[in-house]
Design a binder for this molecule. Structure first.
Ligand SMILES: Nc1ncnc2c1ncn2[C@@H]1O[C@H](COP(=O)(O)OP(=O)(O)OP(=O)(O)O)[C@@H](O)[C@H]1O
Length: 232
């Protein structure tokens, strides 16, 4: 199996604070990987380095064999943890924006996702609820034919029904040859869709592995292991 992501000795310091400390991680093609950790563990910092929004202090990251830059941005589809669309837009304007921006954007797929999410092209962005926003953003991100999808907290702050819909959309639209990184601290809701889990604590990986194997080895759900590791 080919590696889509290779991270070696990655470090990020904010002045004296070590947000990431000597991180090593590989992600294979076809896997859905959960980066799990409480507030301040370094999840967002890691994602921002993978997406080129932040420069690391040390170490190396390769995605699809390339250093983070123009080449990797064209193969990574990223869902940030905050809204990234303009308030004046309607959904159809967001569609146009994505179409203009990304060659791999699949309009048909986007329309099918909108349908599934019960969203309509004429809806105005500033009238959408938080859950609807999240569904729209996710639909845009999943409609790209990317090698790597990075979803930062895709279900934070949405109600349980929207959560289930979002998880179903993720599972239903996952492309076999692509990979996905999902950050979350809502482990119970998310664990069923994760192939691999990485526990991040104070910028270090404290546990990582295949989710099914970990459940078998420890005789516990990932959510329970998470609570034990983080004392939640
Ligand atoms: N710009 C910054 N300047 C200084 N320290 C920062 C900065 N950004 C993050 N940090 C610190 O780095 C550590 C990791 O933060 P990060 O945002 O990556 O964590 P996180 O796991 O994403 O948390 P959350 O779930 O709250 O988003 C924290 O201790 C945070 O205070």
């Amino acid at each position: 199996m080919k590696n889509i992501v290779e991270i070696n000795g990655l470090a990020k310091h904010y002045f004296r604070k070590k947000a990431l400390d000597q991180l090593n991680l590989t992600i294979e093609e076809g896997k859905v990987v959960g980066i799990l950790g409480p507030n301040g563990s370094g999840k967002t910092t890691l994602i921002k380095i993978l997406t080129g929004l932040l420069r690391q202090t040390g170490g190396e990251v390769r995605i699809g064999g390339y250093k983070v830059g123009v080449a990797t941005k064209s193969i990574v589809s990223y869902l940030p943890d905050r809204n990234f669309l303009y308030k004046w837009m309607r959904i159809k304007d967001a569609l146009k924006l994505y179409q203009d921006f990304y060659e791999d954007f699949d309009e048909k797929k986007f329309e099918a996702l909108l349908d599934f999410m019960k969203l309509e092209k004429d809806m105005k962005i500033d009238t959408l609820s938080k859950g609807m926003h999240e569904k729209l953003n996710l639909s845009l991100v999943l409609a790209r034919d990317a090698k790597l999808y990075i979803l930062d907290e895709p279900i934070a702050g949405v109600d349980p029904v929207a959560r289930d819909q979002i998880l179903d959309a993720i599972i239903g639209n996952f492309r076999e040859n692509s990979s996905m990184i999902i950050t979350t601290h809502l482990v119970r809701d998310m664990e069923s869709i994760l192939d691999e889990v990485v526990f991040l604590k104070d910028g270090r990986i404290v546990l990582a592995g295949n989710a099914e194997q970990l459940r078998e080895e420890k005789g516990k759900q990932i959510d329970t292991i998470y609570k034990e590791v983080f004392g939640a």
